[in-house]
Design a protein around this ligand. Structure first.
Ligand code: TRP
Length: 336
């Protein structure tokens, strides 16, 4: 019905309210979202319910952390006139669809999900897995399907969750009616960003560089990075493939990478200078972002308006989907 007004395909993605976002989030997700908003009907939500799977008993910071993420999303260039930016917990239809989808999947399938197994290991949960936590990917499927999204732009670590989303869409469609597209995964070109220590950059490991870090902080973190351990002196030949600083150059110095790799290999390039250059390109890359972020920090009303408007738009679509869902299942509709 609305097809002629908006024939773009729809994407949806979610980010947890971890507070200020880091350059791993930027490279793995946000940079792609900013690009894709011109091509797709874009929906992006901050998934505060998902974060409760781990921090259900520490909710004092969740509201502030949520706002920080919204500020980051706007400052990096998501444009609310193009993308719908909203908060998961303000659209209760996510929970409603999550409940219905939870009937369509068995426990064994959820327990076998590799992303889930990894989380249990990383967080050292063992016997302490809650009912809600096991259902994490079912809630994620609901986030996506309630907007009947065609694709989901994420990093490769999310692939198993998306496989499960497609299974749930197929199962629903086969059981009731063809309502849900099976969403594609839109992988980002650089799925993994190392921290200075070489492990995947993440807030929980504490090896992150924030997008909003000031240049002196960026420099300090970059200077601490582990490079090729065999390259001890400045003129020792190095192996860029195993160097964390080179991994950042690939992303932030795309025009120089070949020269950087060649001069590292030949021993013409010392690590200290190479790190200084990396710190400078990273700082410059986020220069405009830092300015915009400060402007938004001083203007919380604008940020709140964006959330309210986005949530209203998201709710409209989610309500329409839930109407179709109820009808296809034969559930009574109020007033029907
Ligand atoms: N699981 C995702 C992550 O940890 C977050 C997420 C929740 C998500 N719902 C989503 C991502 C829907 C994409 C689509 O990053």
């Amino acid at each position: 019905m609305l097809r002629h007004m908006n024939s773009k395909k729809r994407i949806l993605s979610g980010v947890q309210p971890t507070g200020k976002l880091h350059i791993g989030n930027y490279v793995g997700a946000l940079s792609n979202w900013v690009k894709l908003q011109h091509q797709y009907d874009s929906f992006h939500c901050v998934v505060d319910w998902h974060s409760l799977t781990v921090t259900y008993d520490q909710t004092e910071r969740i509201a502030d952390d949520t706002l920080e993420v919204f500020i980051d999303l706007l400052a990096i260039g998501l444009d609310p006139s193009k993308a719908t930016i909203f908060l998961q917990s303000m659209v209760p239809e996510h929970a409603e669809l999550h409940l219905l989808l939870s009937m369509l999947i068995n426990l064994g399938r959820l327990e076998r999900n590799p992303t889930f197994k990894e989380r249990v290991k990383d967080l050292d949960l063992r016997g302490e897995v809650s009912y809600g936590h096991l259902g994490y990917p079912v809630l994620q499927a609901a986030d996506i399907l309630v907007y009947r999204a065609h694709a989901v732009p994420v990093g490769e670590d999310q692939a198993p969750h998306l496989e499960l989303t497609r299974e749930l869409a197929r199962k629903f469609n086969a059981t009731y009616a063809e309502i849900f597209p099976e969403p594609d995964t839109l992988l980002t070109p650089f799925p993994r960003v190392p921290g200075p220590d070489g492990r995947k950059m993440s807030k929980s490991l504490g090896n992150h560089i924030l997008m909003s870090d000031e240049p002196d902080v960026i420099t300090k973190k970059v200077m601490s990075a582990i490079t090729d351990p065999e390259k001890i002196r400045k003129d020792d030949p190095g192996n860029p493939e195993i160097c964390n600083v080179y991994a950042w150059h690939i992303i932030f110095s795309p025009d120089q990478v070949e020269t950087i790799a060649a001069t590292c290999r030949s021993g013409e390039r010392g690590c200290v200078m190479c790190k200084q250059e990396a710190a400078a390109v990273i700082s410059n890359h986020f220069g405009e972002f830092r300015e915009e972020r400060k402007r938004l920090e001083a203007d919380p009303d604008t940020v709140k308006d964006v959330i309210i408007t986005g949530t209203r738009k998201a709710s409209e679509v989610a309500k329409e989907t839930m109407g179709l869902v109820r009808d296809s299942m034969g559930l009574l509709r109020p007033g029907a």
